[in-house]
Design a protein around this ligand. Structure first.
Ligand SMILES: Nc1ncnc2c1ncn2[C@@H]1O[C@H](COP(=O)(O)OP(=O)(O)OP(=O)(O)O)[C@@H](O)[C@H]1O
Ligand SMILES: [Mg+2]
Length: 383
């Protein structure tokens, strides 16, 4: 459904996307992950023909992009960073304009289509309030409704859960699942790893412009060969499993055991209470944090000499690293940290990029409130 070969994008001397080869298959629910400033939105914009690639090839629905944009985009629903809308118009009026501007859809059925899209995203009861008065979550839902106007074969969504509350996030997930079951392939970027874990069948991880991993989630999260056990009598359990226990924390034990069922049977037959027993799997969060560097929107101390001699992305550990200390993560091509700060100088024409890059500040925070802070700022730029 989406294939890119060595897709590359430079903004001046800054290498934002570096030889990315994506492979999204029909029926996938594909999660596109990576730190702030790693290039996700830039890739998505290239997929949709919103910015030109510097080099490399793109095929969407089997057709070259942007050469076949008219044909391809008629079958693609998209939502890119802070959906744009006429703020003085109502949501319905905005959707009517989008519908009218889109490929043939039939005027007579327009209101029905809009009603159905609003219904799907939970805005069925929307009044005539202007979009300017919408909450962030409502605006995000409206953007999603626009993407759904014509049951698309492929949905390309840039952080669709941005600004949604927990209930909204679940509704979004249910909607994606239902659309996928009905045949829509889904490609979405997200920072909400637990969401991606629950929704996606396949993930790609991008770091500093490079695709560092692409695989089925089930493969990435295959059991590690260890078992997590909880017992109300952990002392007895530990004694019974002597030699196999690799870690103990209170009533929780991590035990080397390739066959959880056999282990369970053994414990039960020995009369040891088993409160919980499950195969250990790597969390997506662990995986992402171990593979990626800190977000490019971080502004740390200036780099010392020799910044170029940094280790490759794969080797960089981040996550728990002390935010105030440690080596600065230099950008690519000798760009300093915060390389996503350099205003809109290179901003391509017709972009709906909402305002300056520092709007992204806080977008790497997982908590809803912080996201709102960041996303609210996007709002200002979408006029
Ligand atoms: N028009 C532009 N001109 C110059 N640099 C740009 C432009 N658009 C993006 N960039 C830079 O390219 C890099 C990748 O940005 P991009 O928006 O694709 O990141 P992202 O992965 O979507 O980040 P986030 O998770 O914060 O949304 C950033 O360093 C950004 O500053
Ligand atoms: Mg982005």
């Amino acid at each position: 459904m989406i294939v890119t070969r060595s897709l590359t994008k430079r903004f001046g001397s800054f290498l934002a996307v570096d030889q990315v080869s994506l492979d999204v298959r029909e029926g996938d629910r594909y999660g596109f992950l990576g730190p702030n400033g790693s290039g996700k939105t830039t890739v998505i914009r290239m997929l949709l023909g919103l910015v030109y690639a510097s080099s490399g090839q793109i095929e969407v629905l089997g057709q070259p992009m942007p050469a076949s944009a008219a044909q391809v985009l008629a079958q693609v629903g998209s939502l890119v960073e802070g959906p744009a809308a006429y703020r003085h118009l109502s949501g319905r009026a905005n959707l009517a304009l989008i519908d009218a501007a889109g490929p043939a859809g039939g005027r007579r059925s327009r209101q029905a289509r809009i009603g159905e899209a609003l219904d799907r995203v939970g805005l069925a009861g929307i009044d005539n309030r202007a979009v300017a008065k919408y909450s962030l979550g409502m605006r995000q839902r409206l953007g999603l409704a626009a993407a759904l106007l014509r049951t698309p074969r492929l949905l390309i969504l840039d952080e669709p859960a941005n600004g949604l509350d927990p209930r909204g996030i679940r509704e979004m997930r249910d909607l994606m699942t239902a659309l996928n079951e009905a045949g829509t392939t889904i490609f979405l970027s997200s920072h909400q790893l637990s969401e991606v874990e629950q929704l996606c069948s396949r993930v790609g991880i991008i770091d500093r412009g490079r695709l560092i991993l692409q695989d089925d989630l089930a493969t990435l999260q295959a059991p590690t060969g260890r078992v997590v056990i909880r017992s109300s009598d952990p002392g007895r359990m530990a004694a019974a499993l002597d030699g196999q226990v690799q870690h103990r924390d209170g009533d929780l034990l991590i035990v080397a055991a390739p066959d959880p069922a056999a282990l369970n049977a053994r414990l039960v037959s020995a009369g040891i209470p088993v409160d919980e027993l499950r195969p250990e799997r790597r969390s997506l969060e662990d995986l992402v944090l171990s593979l990626t560097s800190a977000g490019a929107d971080r502004v740390d101390r200036p780099a010392e000499a020799g910044a170029e001699a940094r280790p490759p992305a794969r080797a960089v550990q981040s996550g728990g690293a002390d935010q105030s200390a440690g080596p600065v993560q230099p950008g690519r091509a000798g760009q300093p940290v915060g390389a996503d700060q350099p205003a809109g100088t290179d901003q391509p024409a017709g972009t709906d990029q909402p305002g300056g890059p520092d709007q992204k500040t806080g977008a790497d925070q997982k908590a809803g409130a912080d996201q709102k802070a960041g996303a609210d700022q996007k709002d200002g730029g979408s006029r």
